[in-house]
Write a protein that binds this ligand. Structure first.
Ligand SMILES: *Cc1c(COP(=O)(O)O)cnc(C)c1O
Length: 375
């Protein structure tokens, strides 16, 4: 291929630059401002329903949003936090920023997300755990009914890392609206992007305002700079918020294109010794990334496929390496439902495929044909 096929890169339209230009024309380049305010309102309208009114706070990254969520959940030094294991490290790093101790929970095979059975076991071992940090992997909703039931029974706060899952739905409810606090990301590779950015989501307006206070250096309402708490500079700039407003207009369109990509892979690999990343019937993933899992009979490894695809100028990548296998988390506990770890198996056999919405069906067919020739 002449053109490199990527996992997921930004796709801009025309509205983004119009909103950015407005910021320039008004000379409103400084952080905060009308684009941030409107982006929050528009995202709130997208996420809210008859029964849920979601307050949004625009921030400079999804990681910042997760950090503020961890602070709102009052994670303190030494507190156990039960965390998704198969995820990006940004899900769990903010727990450690606050001195919390992540305990990693294995995944189930139906969605590759946190296994409710393993979560139950973890609560039996750590009944003092008060916070659960759950990620929806690759835009596939986790088993929310079961997880929420367990969290409620153990009186634990659920933080939802919906960084990869904006516009995905579980039983018609938007991901990012289940947790007491949730984070979404607008990093360059996500389903919509601001080049870099994120949002904190919560039904609790006063929590949103507390997070805003922390995100703006914890400045007290005095004429001078008065501080009673440690603050952060986590604000989103009014310029990039303009990009986000334009992107939000195309969110459902992006999800539609990602869905088409997933379905073409699924059809293309029919009768091949691979399966796609699975999801539950009553959920609508956003199909942020399409992935395959090689059958155990397949001789070639995901890394060898990745190497071959790379020679064809096609990007692919192993699944997120589970947190419990990361050197930095060597000392942290890991809970499985069974005796063997689902995530180690997924990591050994899984591969993320090009899922860029600018990829044509013909280009995707080339990817499918190449992989089939390797199997
Ligand atoms: C991208 C991502 C984040 C972090 O978002 P940033 O905006 O890059 O800070 C957190 N969690 C998951 C699961 C992600 O994929």
């Amino acid at each position: 291929m002449n053109k490199r096929l990527s996992l997921s890169t930004p796709t801009m339209h025309s509205e983004e630059i119009a909103f950015v230009n407005e910021a320039f024309e008004k000379n409103w380049i400084a952080p905060l401002g009308f684009n941030c305010d409107n982006f929050e309102t528009e995202m709130s309208e997208f996420l809210s329903s008859n029964t849920k009114n979601i307050s949004c706070l625009s921030l400079n990254s999804g990681t910042s949003a997760l950090h503020l969520a961890v602070k709102l959940a009052e994670v303190k030094k030494g507190d156990i936090v039960l965390c998704s294991d198969m995820t990006f490290s940004a899900t769990v790093n903010p727990v450690v920023y606050e001195g919390g101790v992540p305990v990693f929970i294995d995944s189930e095979k139906d969605t590759w997300n946190m296994d409710p059975a393993a979560l139950e076991k973890a609560f039996q071992k750590y009944p003092q755990a008060k916070v659960v940090m759950l990620a929806h992997l690759y835009g596939t909703p986790a088993k929310m009914d079961e997880i929420i039931e367990i969290c409620n029974r153990y009186n634990a706060i659920l933080i939802e890392d919906a960084a990869e899952a904006l516009s995905a739905k579980y039983k018609a409810q938007e991901c990012g609206t289940f947790g007491k606090y949730a984070a979404i990301s607008f990093n360059g590779n996500k389903i919509i992007t601001t080049s870099g950015g994120g949002m904190l989501l919560t039904e609790d307006k006063s929590a949103r305002d507390k997070a805003f206070f922390w995100a703006t250096q914890s400045r007290e309402p005095y004429p001078w700079y008065e501080h009673k708490e440690i603050g952060y500079n986590y604000r989103m700039s009014n310029v990039v918020a303009g990009i986000g407003r334009g992107q939000l207009l195309h969110l459902e369109e992006h999800r539609g294109l990602k869905t088409d990509i997933y379905n073409r892979y699924k059809k293309g690999f029919e009768n091949c010794p691979v399966t796609m990343n699975p999801y539950l019937q009553d959920t609508v993933p956003n199909f942020w990334l399409s992935c395959i899992l090689l059958d155990k009979s397949v001789k070639i490894t995901p890394l060898e496929i990745m190497e071959k695809l790379n020679q064809e100028n096609i990007e692919s990548r192993p699944l997120w390496k589970p947190m419990h296998m990361q050197p930095v988390f060597m000392d942290n506990d890991f809970i499985t439902a069974d005796t063997t770890a689902v995530n180690e198996d997924l990591f050994t056999r899984g591969l993320c495929l090009p899922s860029d919405i600018k990829m044509t069906a013909a280009e995707q067919q080339t990817v499918i044909d190449l992989i089939k020739s390797y199997l």
